[in-house]
Design a protein around this ligand. Structure first.
Ligand SMILES: [Zn+2]
Ligand SMILES: [Zn+2]
Length: 344
């Protein structure tokens, strides 16, 4: 029988990756498709991708598939062919990472999950089969010319804070699962209006569009490929850019400028700033916006108190940290309190 998972140690796998001479391409994609037997689908998917020497992290659920992976350059076309050969995936958009060394994955993991995006929906009649219509960048620009069109941001608070579309409504909640019912409630008198939802890459707003349709909304759209694809398209086709500020991406860069404007403020002094940073005090690690001057003044810390701790000898800092459950804290303007990080 074919082995459908790897049996080699992590260390050896990593070493093998670094010995590879052929460059890899890192790609991500998602697709909501109905998968009847996730186990069968998963095993076949694993087998095919493994044969192409693909590494990555892939989630399969009965509602679809969400994947981040790397493939040796010479196998890219074969991978694309295979994915497109799965009938409901024939048009799947493969997002190619631009600045990447292809070393992000050294093993292939294909896992079965309950959902590809946790949504907290318990209503069994909810289905991703009925979702909103895709809009591309030019249709988005056209539809939003009308003041009657409602634009809804389905990302987190700190993402909205540094950049968003003109006139976009923020759904001020901590988590996506809370945002869904909140959005339906906030928009309840707009059930006949054109509603366009967006998020970073499209996976969340696509689900949100299905949720609104499920709740009796009539004309729901979602931005194809999210802000990332929109930003690329307006550049490529020289369209008007209606996104202002920075697109927050949760990796080492913590944001990519889509326009030159700075729409947010330093959390310490209030001057225009859009640089997210984590408080240098390890015991705090708060995610917040800090200008260059405050970064110098507070040594990259969020407060004078954190700065005091940060400047103590390492051993003393460790002593102080004992028993504190560190995580990534995020400054939340809407509730004026700290909260733990969202990423698992
Ligand atoms: Zn400042
Ligand atoms: Zn701090």
């Amino acid at each position: 029988m074919t082995v459908l998972h790897n049996r080699i140690s992590q260390k050896e796998l990593k070493e093998r990756l670094y010995q590879e001479t052929e460059p890899r391409t890192t790609i991500s994609f998602y697709q909501y498709i109905f998968i009847e037997d996730t186990k069968v689908f998963r095993d076949e998917f694993y087998k095919q991708l493994n044969a192409l020497n693909v590494f990555g992290r892939i989630y399969i659920a009965s509602e679809g598939i969400n994947a981040q992976l790397s493939v040796p350059k010479s196998n890219f076309n074969l991978l694309e062919e295979y994915l497109h050969s799965i009938e409901p995936m024939k048009d799947v958009r493969l997002n190619i990472a631009v600045s990447d060394d292809g070393k992000s994955f050294w093993v292939l993991k294909v896992k079965i999950r309950d959902k590809i995006v946790a949504d907290g929906i318990t209503d069994s009649s909810f289905s991703m089969q009925n979702k909103g219509k895709y809009v591309d960048a030019s249709t988005f620009n056209h539809l939003t010319k009308s003041p009657e069109t409602v634009v809804v941001d389905m990302r987190n608070h700190y993402e909205y804070e540094v950049g968003h579309f003109e006139n976009a409504i923020e759904i001020p909640s901590d988590t996506f699962r809370e945002q869904l019912p909140m959005a339906a409630e906030m928009l309840k008198d707009k059930k006949d209006k054109n509603i366009i939802m967006y998020c970073t890459g499209g996976i969340r707003c696509e689900k949100a569009s299905a949720y609104l349709l499920h709740n009796g909304f009539k004309n729901v759209f979602h931005l194809e490929g999210g802000i990332i694809h929109y930003a690329n398209t307006v550049k490529e086709k020289n369209l008007t850019n209606k996104f202002h500020g920075k697109n927050f991406v949760f990796d080492d860069r913590l944001g990519e400028n889509v326009s030159d404007e700075i729409i947010s403020k330093c959390h310490q002094c209030g001057k225009p700033a859009d640089t997210h940073t984590n408080c240098k005090n390890e015991a705090c690690h708060l995610l917040f916006i800090q200008c260059d001057e405050c970064a110098t003044k507070y040594d990259g810390c969020c407060s004078a108190e954190c700065q005091r701790v940060y400047n103590l000898p390492i051993e003393e800092q460790k002593e102080l940290r004992k028993g504190i459950d560190k995580g990534r804290n995020i400054f939340n303007k809407s509730r004026q309190r700290l909260r733990p990080r969202l990423r698992e």
